[in-house]
Design a protein around this ligand. Structure first.
Ligand code: SF4
Length: 354
């Protein structure tokens, strides 16, 4: 219609009208930019394969397993005194069954998977977790794939083979003093946990994997000042947990650990946080925040409900489906959001300094 009107105007006048309109349109576009960019970025984060619409017949009272922690093994080469996922079994699902369960979780709305243990790199010298990482990124196209490890068994050849499929590698480090690490139980013979941490940090740079640090604050490291070392390592995120007691895991008669001597008060934990308040990537997790805000899947792909201070398993998702199992997970979606569980978790959306 606009072109029809212009047909009837003298050429010079038509040019003037078009120039004026172009100016207005350009101003309008710039004005809309702040609105459009977040929408585009959200769209990119969601990805074409992430289910956008609610699934038919979904029970709305059942939480969506957006972010899942799959502890596929309980075996570990360390012996941390406060460990709350101990080697009570040596069971690991066959690879194909684990993949089947992961595909079911994706179908149910999972966007982020975190592989944890025990020590994930112990099984088949890291090949098992490597295959799962590749499957989740390449075939399931999950926006975020991460691993939590003590870092002692990771080799450069693993990064060469699987690094491109991994968004985040989180390494556990509770102290920069090797003697404290030995006291805690994070150490094996001649290997130095801190030296190893720096090596892993460099490999993360070299192979474009986001590097994260997890620390459990306990009686032995609560007085430590970690500012300089954390700044030098420059992780994308530093998760700082308050040592947690879980009945049957690190406390009580049937437990494999006695963590009572590691426990600190809320005030002690606050003081540690206060000492490190200038570290912008620090994410604190008090006992209160941790409870009920994680979806934990054990080695049989059962959700673990920690509501009563111990881990009570649901049935396996492989037997009853995700929705039936997640009902018994004790997972509190609001708590998950409150503790900042949803963050920029895909390396495609991060500004990293490699
Ligand atoms: S490294 Fe982790 S899984 Fe292994 S003993 Fe320590 S806390 Fe437990």
């Amino acid at each position: 219609m606009l072109l029809g009107v212009l047909d009837h105007l003298p050429l010079a006048l038509a040019r003037a009208v078009l120039a004026a309109l172009r100016g207005r349109l350009s101003a309008l576009c710039w004005g809309l930019t702040p609105l459009v960019l977040p929408l585009l970025s959200w769209r990119r984060r969601s990805g074409p394969d992430t289910p956008a619409a609610p699934r038919e017949n979904k029970d709305e009272t059942v939480p969506t397993p957006t972010s899942v922690n799959y502890h596929f093994t309980r075996q570990c080469n360390y012996k941390c005194g406060f460990c709350f996922h101990t080697a009570k079994t040596s069971f690991v699902l066959p690879l194909e069954e684990a993949k089947r369960g992961l595909a079911m979780l994706k179908e149910a709305g999972m966007e982020k998977i975190n592989f944890s243990g025990g020590e994930p790199f112990l099984q088949d010298r890291g090949e098992f977790v490597g295959q799962l990482v590749q499957f989740c990124k390449e075939e399931l196209k999950l926006p975020s794939v991460s691993i939590v490890s003590n870092g002692s068994l990771i080799r450069e050849r693993w990064f060469k083979k699987y690094g491109e499929y991994l968004d985040i590698l989180a390494i556990s480090c509770d102290s920069f003093n090797e003697e404290v690490n030995v006291l805690i139980g994070r150490g094996q013979g001649r290997k130095n946990h801190v030296e190893n941490l720096h090596k892993l940090r460099q490999w993360c740079r070299d192979y474009a994997v986001a590097f994260k640090i997890n620390s459990v604050i306990n009686r032995f490291n609560v007085e430590e000042d970690m500012n300089e070392q954390i700044k030098a390592l420059n992780p994308v995120r530093w998760k700082v947990f308050q040592c947690l007691i879980i009945e049957g895991e690190n406390s009580g008669e049937d437990a494999l650990r006695e963590a009572d001597k590691f426990v600190i008060s809320d005030e002690d934990f606050e003081q540690f946080l206060e000492r490190h308040k200038d570290i912008s990537c620090l994410v604190p997790e008090s006992n209160q925040k941790m409870r009920d805000s994680y979806l934990i899947l054990d080695e049989y792909m059962r959700f673990l409900n920690c509501r009563n201070g111990r881990k009570e398993p649901s049935k396996s998702i492989l037997d009853v489906g995700v929705e039936a199992a997640v009902k018994f997970s004790g997972f509190d979606e609001k708590m998950f959001l409150k503790r900042g569980g949803k963050y920029v978790w895909s390396k495609a959306d991060m500004i990293l300094d490699w």
